[in-house]
Design a protein around this ligand. Sequence first.
Ligand SMILES: NC(=O)c1ccc[n+]([C@@H]2O[C@H](COP(=O)([O-])OP(=O)(O)OC[C@H]3O[C@@H](n4cnc5c(N)ncnc54)[C@H](OP(=O)(O)O)[C@@H]3O)[C@@H](O)[C@H]2O)c1
Length: 279
Amino acid sequence: MLCEVARAAGHELLTPTHAECDLEHPAAVGDLVLRGGAELVVNCAAISRVEECEHDALRAHLVNAMSPAAMALACRHTGARFIHLSTDYVLDGRRPGLKPADARCRPVNTYGSSKAEAEFQVRESNSEALILRVSWVCGNPSKPSFVENAVAQALRGEKIIAAEDQDSMPTHVRDIVRVILSPQLVDASGVLQVTSSGEPMSRYDGVRIALERAHAMGALPQLPSVEARKVCNMSRFCAPRPAHTAMDNCRLLALGISMPSAHESVCHAADDYLRYVSA
Ligand SMILES: NC(=O)c1ccc[n+]([C@@H]2O[C@H](COP(=O)([O-])OP(=O)(O)OC[C@H]3O[C@@H](n4cnc5c(N)ncnc54)[C@H](OP(=O)(O)O)[C@@H]3O)[C@@H](O)[C@H]2O)c1
């Protein structure tokens, strides 16, 4: 979505594929940035599947931490701006409530550790780099999140289970893209938390909101029931999940960038998914 919106806004883009820019090889990635001639480098690539990181910590370290560090260093040499995407999973999530950007990073799994290492390395390599921490990204129907998955399951009449003891801020990808391309970020560096506004939401509540929206839009004749479950009873998870990782977006608001509520973000994602499946 970032590429589509940036192109439509008139930016010239270089979009190397996974094969052309393999983040398992940080030195080659750094060379590519040095030779690329870009004015802005945005790193959205990562191994973001938690279980995959747990099974291959070395690859997670190379892709999620060392290559972003190489990109940040190369950008320092070329003078390009560097924007790196990070995650709420850098937090331990022990306490409920909205976390400030300077909250201590104590990740509970390998994915979070690799992303926290990236934040550290990127800042060390390039003090002007901007790290955008995002959470529970929804709204891309071709890359379904828990929101789209729940609507899809409901449309198929399947049983729906959602975690009741994990909360964060569902954030629509369109709003993240809007922030990345926003002129207000031009002088920003350090950590910027790019999340919806409002109060933290559990996965269970997010799923309920999405299904209520789909029901209200006429896509579901009846409102399906949702089974609330504890994360520790989710059999497909082998790695621990942080429980309460909602982040505040105070700095974003101070930069003059407003964000919709988490409730609105989930509803918009459900709408987008329904449009996508009915097209
Ligand atoms: N999705 C979320 O809810 C969420 C939440 C918080 C933070 N984030 C962060 O947001 C960013 C984007 O996440 P996402 O969910 O869009 O991730 P994603 O769907 O898993 O996409 C990651 C991309 O990285 C590429 N990639 C993986 N390994 C690579 C390698 N060795 N070399 C080059 N490219 C590689 C993948 O290419 P292939 O498909 O070819 O492998 C894919 O295009 C990540 O930094 C993630 O940590 C996401």
